[in-house]
Design a protein around this ligand. Structure first.
Ligand SMILES: *Cc1c(COP(=O)(O)O)cnc(C)c1O
Length: 430
């Protein structure tokens, strides 16, 4: 399936030889990989190299039986009794705690449900309410669009102003205007370039200015160790369908540090966040704790799918996940340097491991057509307009061989001009 670059077929590499992006190196790295058995926890189609788990995680093996049981037995037979009998009612908090274990959140601070966009609306409003005398919301101009749109929306509703400040300029901005900032709303990983920012430095800088910090963990949760409690993060959100592999449109999550719970004001005061929802009271009284961030009737099938998906992390040390992810992306960067740079590809992801998330982005003017051609060869990546190809790795199932296959396939597509150079048509997902 894969051609390899020219290399000695046998025998040890000469000493001091530079690392070569050969099939042998991929095979050696994969053979040394203690996490390799985790791949069986996913139902990956044969013959596909899947490098888009940072957009939609693949199907975990634990999900289909859990969903079948939820549908046939719990829903089909249990009917409405299952709200109590099968813990449906508690699912948002139970699944929230399961996500919490992956982000360094102690129990009772994370709720699962709704979409990231809705959770951002809640979190940004809550942050503004916790810092009522501060008129500025700081967001990253490179932030994912929905994060920016919702910052604009919350600013409009609450009479605040948004300041787009890139992470590199945050210290300087806070030195000038820090005492007017309510919240700094960032992602630890740039979704386009894969650059990783220093969560501790940003969190501490926001706090020194008296501001809160809101982290969007969509590209971080499940990808590397996080310590929201330890860092003193105020609020965090993230989605369930990227590195957590909870399925298309999986419930998102919202974390709020316990110290903020008593004053936590949520903008969407739905009945399931009420202190006593079944009293059906005429007015809203928030539930104590993070339960007040519940909104409406939870999507049980999706929550149970996410809960099952999270068992793929059982017994897994996220520090090892991080180490392998860096090995995969580092190896791919070397493959790209050797095989793709001569063909006009530019790696935009930092080569410094401390500044690299769990994806590699390559710039090429024909990104869209190249990604389509790769998919035809069984290598699924994605692109972000206009010119970035993205290759996401998930250490739970990605192999070094996958990375080499992707690089070699891309080289072959370009060499043979086997792609359409037209730009991305609007309305297409990838
Ligand atoms: C994927 C992603 C989202 C997606 O938001 P949804 O409401 O779940 O569609 C939001 N923010 C960031 C940073 C993301 O990477």
């Amino acid at each position: 399936m894969t051609t390899t670059t020219p290399a000695p077929a046998t025998g040890p590499a000469p000493t001091n030889a530079p690392a070569t992006t050969t099939g042998e190196e991929a095979a050696r790295l994969d053979a040394e990989d203690a996490l390799a058995p985790l791949r069986e926890r996913f139902l990956l189609p044969q013959g596909v190299v899947y490098l888009d788990g940072n957009s939609l995680g693949p199907l975990p093996a634990a999900v289909p039986p859990v969903l079948a049981d939820a549908v046939h037995r719990q829903w089909g037979t249990g009917l409405i009794r299952s709200w109590n009998a099968h813990g449906w009612w508690e699912a948002p908090l139970r699944v929230g705690d399961a996500v919490g274990r992956l982000i360094g959140a102690g129990p009772g601070q994370t709720v699962a449900g709704d979409s990231t966009s809705v959770q951002l609306f809640t979190a940004l409003n809550a942050a503004a309410a916790l810092r009522p005398d501060r008129p500025l919301l700081v967001t990253d101009p490179g932030h994912f669009p929905t994060d920016r749109y919702l910052a604009d929306a919350v600013a409009r509703v609450r009479g605040l102003q948004v300041r787009p400040v890139p992470p590199a300029g945050l210290e300087e901005f806070l030195a000038a205007e820090g005492d007017r900032v309510a919240v700094v709303s960032y992602s630890p990983v740039d979704f386009r370039t894969g650059e990783l920012y220093d969560m501790r430095a940003v969190t501490d800088a926001a706090h020194r200015a008296g501001a809160l910090v809101l982290w969007d963990l969509c590209h971080a949760a499940g990808a590397f160790p996080l310590d929201v409690d330890g860092l003193g993060v105020d609020l965090a959100v993230g989605c369930g369908y990227k590195f957590l592999s909870g399925g298309p449109g999986a419930p998102a999550f919202l974390y709020a540090a316990r110290r903020h719970h008593e004053a936590l004001e949520t903008p969407l005061t739905g009945w399931t966040g009420h202190a006593d929802p079944f009293a059906m009271a005429p007015g809203y009284t928030p539930a104590p704790g993070i339960a007040r961030a519940r909104v409406g009737t939870p999507p049980i099938l999706s929550l149970l799918a996410l809960e099952a998906a999270l068992t793929a992390f059982d017994g897994v040390d996220l520090a090892r996940v991080r180490a392998k992810s860096l090995s995969l992306t580092g190896f791919f960067l070397r493959c790209a340097e050797e095989l793709l740079a001569p063909l006009g590809f530019e790696a935009v992801t930092p080569s410094d491991p401390a500044r690299r998330g769990s994806q590699v982005a390559l710039r090429h003017p024909h990104a869209y057509g190249l990604v389509q051609a790769l998919a035809e060869r069984g290598v699924i990546a994605d692109m972000r307009a206009p010119d970035l190809l993205r290759f996401g790795v998930n250490a739970l199932y990605t192999t070094h061989r996958d990375m080499l296959t992707a690089a070699v396939s891309l080289r072959d597509v370009v060499r043979t001009a086997a792609y359409d150079p037209a730009p991305q048509p609007s309305g297409r997902v990838v």
